[in-house]
Write a protein that binds this ligand. Structure first.
Ligand SMILES: *[C@@H]1O[C@H](CO)[C@@H](O)[C@H](O)[C@H]1NC(C)=O
Ligand SMILES: *[C@@H]1O[C@H](CO)[C@@H](O)[C@H](O)[C@H]1NC(C)=O
Ligand SMILES: *[C@@H]1O[C@H](CO)[C@@H](O)[C@H](O)[C@H]1NC(C)=O
Length: 535
């Protein structure tokens, strides 16, 4: 074990040396590690592909000026996909570089989940930490909050954030949601009005492994994240270690808690559909801008910032949901139901993505390479000169050449696992290859109007040409040679992959059991676990 580790460190060191062209053989490890790049991953929650101004064809909207600038100074990835269409599986796959069928996380963990991402899984922060990185995480974890499953026990030196989604607990001043949830102290009186609101336990804010506030103040969360992020970035230089900063934003997940309207005419957001979401999107963008500024002010040329999303918009939330852009999943919506978050339609997993690293990633570039959030794991390790344990099988690919050399080679095949819309969780129900996408199963999430649609198996699969048909409206005619060739290729690859997973000795199984006592609770004697403060 120790030998394997030191060997991988050595290999990593060599690779890093080759990469930087300039590392002398005789330098001590400390000095080498100083030259390793810093990484900032910013993961937005439930953001739509179309929410990024520069993804819109007309380019008229001005909601994301900081991200637009980052794209102008970096690389916009237009065919980048979250590894799943819902929170926990997407995050697990990003941090392990593996599909949910391997890492065990195929659906969301709950407030009272006993466990989380299986302890047998090796995480990105863990490997970077072992390679000398300082690793910090801000924001939503959602991979298990108890004991060994918490971020500080999975590779992070520091953690500040919420253990799961911001709608999984009451707060004293709730944000905007549909249905609108009541404040913590009032839900008991109106239990029936609380369908769909988690209300037994206050939403906690956790630092390292301690609850520091419960329920937390949603309306100050952005400022807390902003100040923690800028402090971490500014302190990094004093520390003399390269760093990984993983910021998993509460934005754009409901409840939305945007800054108050600036124009007197919009005294309340309630009467202005859309403006709550827009105000929140602008707030998120300005947070991204603050992180970029802190990084530009410190180690600009040595820091890669990678902005992406965990899955598509939560359509069921109507005016509080983001935009899928042209990826409207018409085949599905014409049959009822929503085609974004929780589905394998493009709106569920194609996410706005920008990579920025001045002097390394060419500016003002766009790439349509087929990539996934799972690629972050091998790519960052490669840039850091770290070799992941060879005893494990990975699904992400090293996208270094796409980022640094403007190459356009992405995945030859990319699978989209079922994330709750149809069939068994984690099943590889859709697959992309080139411009084609094949569905073996289709299903919908709840739409804004409440329709849910049917789960349907497709044998032979439905195949869409995404270049001609971004909205996935009309499948190819199964009698054409084009169809037959694609169907044969994807069927073969799907069988190979299923076999590879079935025989993967490193595959994990997650424990999804729940127990009341597993909920994070500041003070069990208080209602909603409220932290009892003296004075
Ligand atoms: C969290 O850990 C950091 C050191 O990494 C420490 O400075 C801070 O005080 C800790 N916070 C809590 C609440 O324990
Ligand atoms: C707000 O949106 C809802 C559904 O999204 C719609 O039913 C309602 O008419 C809209 N209200 C206004 C004022 O536009
Ligand atoms: C960025 O590229 C586009 C075309 O791809 C071009 O129209 C634009 O002027 C460029 N902007 C800058 C700042 O170079």
């Amino acid at each position: 074990m120790a030998e394997a580790l030191s060997l991988s460190l050595l290999l990593g060191t060599l690779l890093c040396g080759l990469l930087l062209h300039a590392v002398s053989q005789h330098r001590v490890r400390d000095e080498e590690s100083k030259q390793k790049p810093n990484f900032i991953i910013i993961l937005a929650d439930d953001i739509g592909w179309g929410d990024l101004d520069v993804n819109q064809p007309d380019g008229d909207s001005t909601n994301t000026p900081h991200l637009n600038l980052m794209a102008a100074q970096g690389l916009r990835l237009t065919d980048f996909h979250s590894p799943a269409s819902t929170c926990s599986p997407s995050r697990a796959a990003i941090l392990t570089g593996r599909y949910g069928l391997r890492n065990g996380v195929t659906h969301n963990f709950a407030v009272d989940s006993v466990a989380g991402l299986p302890l047998s899984e090796v995480t990105l922060p863990q490997l970077l930490q072992e390679a000398g990185y300082y690793t910090a995480m801000l924001g939503k974890w959602h991979l298990g909050h108890n004991g060994p499953y918490s971020p500080v026990n999975r590779g992070f030196d520091y953690y500040l954030g919420i253990p799961y989604s911001n709608d999984m607990g009451c707060t004293d001043t709730p944000g905007y949601n549909l249905p609108q949830c009541l404040p913590c102290d009032r839900f008991r009186l109106k239990r029936s009005a609380h369908e769909g609101c988690y209300s037994k336990v206050g939403l906690p804010l956790i630092e390292n492994s301690s609850i520091v506030e419960q329920p937390l103040d949603l309306w100050t969360l952005t400022d807390r994240y902003k100040s923690a992020a800028t402090t971490i970035i500014h302190k990094a230089r004093e520390r003399g270690q390269p760093y990984l900063l993983y910021i998993a934003l509460a934005h754009m997940h409901v409840p939305l808690s945007p800054p108050p309207p600036s124009e007197p005419s919009s005294a309340t957001y309630h009467s202005h559909n859309g403006s709550v979401y827009t105000a929140c999107l602008r707030e998120m963008d300005s947070l991204v801008g603050a992180v970029k500024r802190a990084s530009d002010d410190t180690e600009k040329d040595n820091t890669l910032i990678w902005f992406t999303g965990d899955n598509g918009p939560w359509e069921q939330k109507c005016q509080y949901a983001g935009s899928v852009g042209p990826f409207t999943g018409k085949w599905q919506t014409s049959r009822g139901g929503g085609s974004a978050k929780r589905t394998t339609w493009e709106g569920g997993h194609r996410v706005p993505t920008v990579a920025y690293w001045p002097g390394h990633i060419p500016a003002n570039a766009t790439s349509s390479a087929l990539l996934s959030g799972m690629d972050i794991f091998p790519t960052l390790l490669s840039l850091a000169g770290v070799t992941p344990p060879s005893s494990r099988r990975y699904d992400g690919i090293d996208a270094t050449n796409v980022l640094l050399q403007s190459q356009h080679t992405g995945h030859e095949f990319l699978f989209h696992p079922n994330s709750g819309a149809a069939g068994r969780f984690g099943d590889l129900q859709a697959v992309r290859t080139g411009k084609h996408k094949a569905f073996y199963m289709t299903g919908a999430a709840e739409s804004c109007g409440g329709a849910t649609g049917k789960h349907q198996l497709h044998d032979p699969p439905l195949i869409f040409d995404l270049e001609r048909d971004k909205s996935e409206e009309t499948p190819l005619d199964a009698r054409t040679p084009e169809y037959k060739a694609i169907a044969e290729r994807v069927a073969r690859r799907r069988e190979e992959l299923l076999w590879d997973i079935a025989t993967d000795a490193s595959a994990s199984t997650a424990d999804y059991s729940v127990d009341k006592s597993a909920a994070p609770c500041c003070d069990r004697t208080q209602a909603v676990c409220r932290c009892h403060t003296l004075g």
